[in-house]
Design a protein around this ligand. Sequence first.
Ligand code: IMP
Length: 198
Amino acid sequence: MRYLFMNKIVFATNNSHKLDEVRQIAGDRIQILSLSDIGCTADIPETGATLEDNALIKARYVSERYGLDCFADDTGLEVDALGGAPGVHSARYATDGHDAQANMRLLLSNLKDEHNRKARFRTVIALIRDGQEQMVDGVVEGEILTEPHGEGGFGYDPVFRPEGWQITFAQAAPEEKNAISHRGRATAKLFDILFPNS
Ligand code: IMP
């Protein structure tokens, strides 16, 4: 099906990896605008206690200030042997900044000598359309390896191997990752809401 009248929606992020992933899934069904595309330079504070809270904070920020339809996501890596940590603190696990290398190093050191490596990525997406709030989520189960493998992806991808896979997310092609990833699954549910007949 061709989408002749392209709609627009804001994805409340400036993370280029996430924008690429979601735009790839969206195809030509809808134009995805980033925060910088709408002139929003704020670093929206993620002060919520849960992924749901943070996704809603970001979506409401855009909806209330710009009056645009929008969605926002929040993702956590939940490691069973660490009681679900780093979870909602995944971005700032090791330091205050988003230092992926430091985060992975801390994770591997906290799991040193641990046999139970089970973990999952969970993404929550909050959608605000015509003032109505809706929430979807997506989960991918897997395990944390003992050392990083691969150069692709971002964040914890080099140490996360999805269930049933022989490679990490960082070794996978973007389309392979999108097909099963937490954000891919949550985004598919988002597009089911946006395009129920496609
Ligand atoms: P965010 O809230 O979606 O930005 O995610 C929080 C943190 O989780 C990020 O800073 C990354 O460290 C990690 N993360 C989110 N999505 C992914 C992913 O697809 N692969 C690996 N790490 C991710």
